[in-house]
Design a protein around this ligand. Sequence first.
Ligand code: IPM
Ligand code: MN
Length: 362
Amino acid sequence: MKYRVTVLPGDGVGPEVMAEGMKVLDAVAKKFGHTFKLEYELIGAVAIDKTDSALPDETLKMCKKSDAVMLAAVGDPRYDDPKLPVHPEDGLLALRKGLGLFANIRPVKVFDELVNASTLKPEVLRGTDFIFVRELTGGVYFAKPKKQWITAKGRKATDSMTYTEQEIERIVRVGFELARSRKKRLVSVDKANVLKSSRLWRQVAIEVSKDYPDVALSHVLVDACAMQLIRTPTVFDVIVTENLFGDILTDEAAQLAGSMGMLPSASLAGIPESGKQTFGLFEPIHGSAPSIAGKDIANPVATILTVAMMLRYSLALEKEAASIEKAVEIVLKQGYRTDDIMAAGNTRVGTKQIGDLIAAEV
Ligand code: IPM
Ligand code: MN
């Protein structure tokens, strides 16, 4: 089959890790006889440099015409100044919103081979395998109003957390559906002891649970969840939460897997159905890591696993997705590691070399 994929390498280590992701996709194309038509477009700081916009119209148009979108990272210290009118990250937020991608799926799986790569104890980590479902187009990220102004007493700024019941319901349903396909346990994370938006979240979650009598729903406050994640990560199966909580908790969870360079993610506009194509945006959860850009040391595994998620969810190519995941496992088993996950006895390799090894295993 022939598929159209828009490729957005973005900033910092983005182009380097994306090159390895595309190398592995090419290996899949050859092995399984598919054609992936890749269209490269701009987003983030590189887009601001050339067009003054973090998400040029052309990029959004091309994404809408594709079967799936692959994105590596956005962000550049040259645009860190909070007083600037436009930031690279605005491009990513506009893309998520513009494509209606409200469901961000972030699997957290600790490879047995990497239990020594984390700062946490191996016995705590072993067997960790859960999925975060993060709401992606609401909450404080898209607050209205979102502004800074001057009052008689000085400067003031606001981003309020707002959710409608419809926004909560659709994301909670994604959580229930995923839980149903796994261990039938859903943890909904909120701050219902303090926030009104969380109280509504909890009410709606309970209402939706009536449609899923086979799934056990429980509620955990976000602060307690942050603690439990590193105390007993193996208790979790599927976790659903709002945008900002999900952003923070998934960075924390990345440390279970040993590095931010290990976790993939899928952003979808609906509930993925097995065997059916669902349009989506696929991105590793890490950022642009400017301090290590251009040095051939960034870990491309998150991007490579993200390619697998794209094959599975957007292109309904399960065998192909599994072949990438298997290849990653084999190469890790052989002891090859980028800097971020090195432990005693491993063989240190660069970005390109680990990409070559994984592509060869596919
Ligand atoms: C992420 C990132 C983004 C976010 C940034 C780059 C806007 O941290 O995907 O988790 O906050 O959502
Ligand atoms: Mn983040």
